[in-house]
Design a protein around this ligand. Structure first.
Ligand SMILES: *Cc1c(COP(=O)(O)O)cnc(C)c1O
Length: 355
């Protein structure tokens, strides 16, 4: 990683630790946080003194812009500990670059690399006892930035707050995931903010997802906003289809987020000799493949769950159950990827970075 130390981070250590209260075998995703957080404010056109301090709630003025105009972005990444107690990140430059792309789209200042990377590394080292070894265990990292200026004036804020918080996670099985293919609602539109990791994208998904939940589906497969004929993402994950032994996924676009897991799985699948095609996949094609038996798998891909197999989908009130198989490409790729991430298998791709 190319981060150079230019800014000295002020460190205020917590006087006690919460670690003994945590049951690391029963973690519910993203609900437990470590002892410290990283914070850096942007004021008067400049990034201020970065600080690592005890994790705690903070006061914020009710007129703060983030509450009213939704200028908020985030990232999701993971750190891993190997058997030698070393800490590793997975393709962190991808997250850093994407964070700043999101910042630009939301008219927010870009975060300098040394603030992001050194902040992240020092925070992880300080709370390293919270990172557990072993397959599936990881530290989920949530960098985020909010508009921190006050006043209910519909302009970009002058002040921003960048923070990193850490949440220990273990691998989880999402259970049976049935999805509903969207016929009306959209996650993103051309010219919109679908390619940014903007908080508002998630807020906008909750209502249609809740409607799908009420019909017995766990997630929505989003289709393109203009025609609803192209399959784009599954919930908050990129989506893959396996039809006739070919793995298919849509190209990234203004509507489809450029997922690190997605691009990693494409490369991994190719290296495993799996036929991969990056192209638009049509709803009609999926329905036809489900009917003629050539549809083998659908799975979501993202940092949190890595790979999330889908057991069936519904379109226009017709439900299609996917074939059950012991040997799926989803589990093959998940195994390979988590082995590389947890340093249980050699990383011949150069994706893992020791900190
Ligand atoms: C974060 C995200 C993904 C997955 O990206 P990863 O880099 O693989 O974690 C996919 N789709 C959306 C909409 C997302 O916000």
């Amino acid at each position: 990683m190319s981060a150079t130390q230019t800014t000295q981070i002020e460190i205020i250590k917590a006087t006690t630790t919460k670690i003994n209260e945590v049951d690391f075998n029963n973690l519910s995703f993203g609900s437990v946080f470590t002892d410290h957080l990283f914070e850096c404010d942007f004021k008067n056109g400049e990034w201020q003194q970065p600080v690592i301090k005890p994790y705690a709630p903070f006061l914020i003025d009710p007129s703060t812009r983030v509450f009213h105009y939704g200028q908020a972005i985030f990232e999701g990444m993971k750190a891993y500990k190997n058997e030698a107690d070393e800490i590793w990140l997975f393709r962190p430059d991808e997250n850093y670059n994407r964070f700043n792309k999101s910042a630009v789209r939301m008219a927010m200042p870009e975060v300098p690399e040394d603030i992001f990377m050194n902040g992240l590394q020092q925070l992880l080292h300080l709370d390293e006892a919270w990172i557990k070894k072993g397959k599936g265990n990881a530290m989920y990292i949530r960098p985020f930035m909010i508009a921190n200026g006050t006043g209910v004036i519909a302009n970009p804020s002058d002040d921003y707050k960048f923070m990193i918080i850490l949440s220990p996670v273990t691998s989880y099985y999402a259970g049976d995931v049935k999805v509903l293919i969207a016929e009306h609602y959209s996650r993103a539109a051309n010219g919109g903010i679908g390619a940014a990791k903007a908080a508002g994208n998630y807020g906008a998904q909750f209502y249609p997802t809740t409607l799908a939940n009420q019909q017995g589906f766990q997630q929505v497969i989003w289709t393109d906003d203009a025609t609803h004929t192209k399959l784009e993402e599954a919930g908050t994950m990129n989506v893959f289809f396996r039809i006739n032994n070919t793995l298919l996924t849509a190209p990234v676009s203004e509507r489809i987020l450029d997922g690190v897991t997605r691009k990693t799985l494409i490369e991994l699948a190719k290296s495993e000799g799996i036929n991969v095609e990056v192209r638009s996949v049509l709803v009609d094609e999926l329905v036809a493949a489900a009917k003629d038996g050539s549809l083998q798998e659908i799975f979501g891909a993202g940092t949190a769950a890595v790979v999330s197999p889908i057991s069936g989908f519904s379109y226009k009130d017709e439900y299609f159950e996917l074939p059950k198989s012991e040997t799926t490409v989803a589990s093959q790729l998940k195994e390979k990827l988590t082995n590389i991430q947890n340093k249980l298998e050699e990383d011949t791709f150069g994706w893992t970075v020791k900190i």
